[in-house]
Design a protein around this ligand. Structure first.
Ligand code: GCO
Ligand code: MG
Length: 405
């Protein structure tokens, strides 16, 4: 079996997605998600110009060797652009492997460790009342875990809140230049414990609650927040600090028992090595697309399991349904699966382009039994939705200092 063609497809059904399609001489093809939010065309060019020519003629079932070839063979390792490109190719090859063997990818990884993948939904709002109304609705729908994000009073543009928009998918899809948000740690710290206090008062302790700080704090501030939130028993506090300096998490750890999660911008297992080895975190959030594919995710999962760290892959709307389905397979298999972020089902436009079936029951996604990843694309429909440059916001302190968004 040989790879005969590699297509790089860029489209914008409401928001930008980059997709790789790998075709073979036997008519079987595989697809992978190469979307890197706000830097889409860098990955598309990397794939088209630097990866595609090397794949023609290769055996698509030599998945490990192709991965090593693209990682070691480039000399320039790591980085989000490189690893997202490799990740998409790797996903497509696992898809082909599944189709050729007529098995779902989770089966190829070692089979089912569970009958369903527990997800957490997003309850966002511009006031505590609004967040709690949304939380109540998710509980009624059977969700077992919900992330809470609320607009911080007197602060312009808070991460995770919908800014009056109802459609989360649309939120990051139309920004010709980066919008600017404001950040004030004191306002945030003064406000956020109250959100969780009221959530527990109203809904009790059966529901898992989560929160994403989006890297806005320093380690000692994060430690303080973790302590303040202890009475409200979070499942995890996400990205309280950037992990460029992995030791920061050890510092947070010394002060609080609030579980910690990080990793959605990680590209390799090395980014998490110290965090995992020192057991400074509880959940690793690396995504299959940005982390180089299914092949390294499996290694990351095994490494994390040895250190009591559980998998909680990133699941924001900028991951296409292909990555969502790949996560579903990894999570069905991974013995140390923790939880999956889930922002809901795609819009009509997205579902016109990507063909997949997601079944949710009692807050759990059920494994896909289709061969391969269980997702397909409609290339004709893709053509209707042209790419449009779009950025994530940037963040500044009130005095103008550029901060982490
Ligand atoms: C999350 C994330 C996202 C990211 C986005 C960046 O936890 O879901 O933090 O909201 O900001 O995916 O592209
Ligand atoms: Mg996050």
């Amino acid at each position: 079996m040989k790879i005969t063609n590699v297509k790089v497809l860029v489209c914008r059904p409401g928001r930008n997605f980059v997709t790789v399609k790998i075709e073979t001489d036997e008519g079987v093809y595989g697809i992978g998600d190469a979307t890197l939010n706000g830097r889409e065309m860098a990955v598309a060019a990397y794939l088209e110009e630097h990866i595609a020519p090397c794949l023609i003629g290769k055996d698509p079932l030599q998945i490990e060797d192709v991965w090593q070839y693209l990682f070691k063979g480039a000399y320039w390792r790591k980085g989000p652009v490189t690893m997202t490109a490799i990740g998409a190719v790797d996903m497509a090859l696992w898809d082909i492997f599944g189709k050729v063997t007529n098995m779902p990818v989770y089966q190829l990884l070692g089979g089912k460790s569970r009958h369903g993948v527990t997800v957490y939904a997003h309850a966002n709002g511009e006031s505590i009342e609004e967040v709690l109304t949304n939380l109540g609705q998710f509980i009624d729908q059977g969700y077992k875990a919900v992330r809470l994000q609320c607009t911080i009073p007197n602060q312009k543009g808070t991460y995770g809140t919908l800014e009056g928009k109802k459609n989360y998918y649309e939120l990051q899809g139309n920004r010709p230049l980066p919008p600017e948000n404001e950040w004030c740690t004191r306002k945030y710290m003064n406000f956020i414990p109250e959100l969780f206090k009221q959530a527990r008062e109203q809904f009790g302790y059966d529901i898992e609650l989560l929160h994403d700080v989006h890297s806005r704090l320093t380690p000692i501030e994060a430690a303080k927040l973790g302590k303040m939130l202890e009475p409200y028993d979070l499942m995890f506090l996400e990205d309280s600090v950037t992990a460029d300096n992995q030791q920061g998490y050890a510092q947070i750890r010394q002060h609080t028992t609030t579980p910690l999660a990080v990793g959605e911008i990680f590209n390799t297992v090395w980014d998490a090595k110290e965090l995992i080895e020192t057991q400074s975190i509880d959940y690793i959030r690396t995504a299959v697309s940005h982390g180089g594919g299914i092949t390294p995710m499996r290694k990351l999962s095994d490494f994390a399991a040895m250190h009591h760290v559980r998998m909680a892959p990133h699941g924001a709307p900028d991951l296409s349904p292909i990555a969502t389905m790949a996560h579903l397979h990894i999570n069905t298999w991974a013995p140390n699966f923790g939880i999956q972020e889930f922002v809901g089902f795609g819009t009509d436009e997205i579902n016109e382009v990507f063909k997949y079936e997601l079944n949710i029951k009692n807050g759990m996604l059920l494994p896909s039994e289709a061969p391969g990843l269980g997702v397909d694309i409609d290339e004709e429909a893709m053509k209707k939705y042209e790419y449009k440059r779009s950025y994530l916001p940037v963040s500044r302190l009130e005095d103008g200092t550029l901060w982490n968004w």
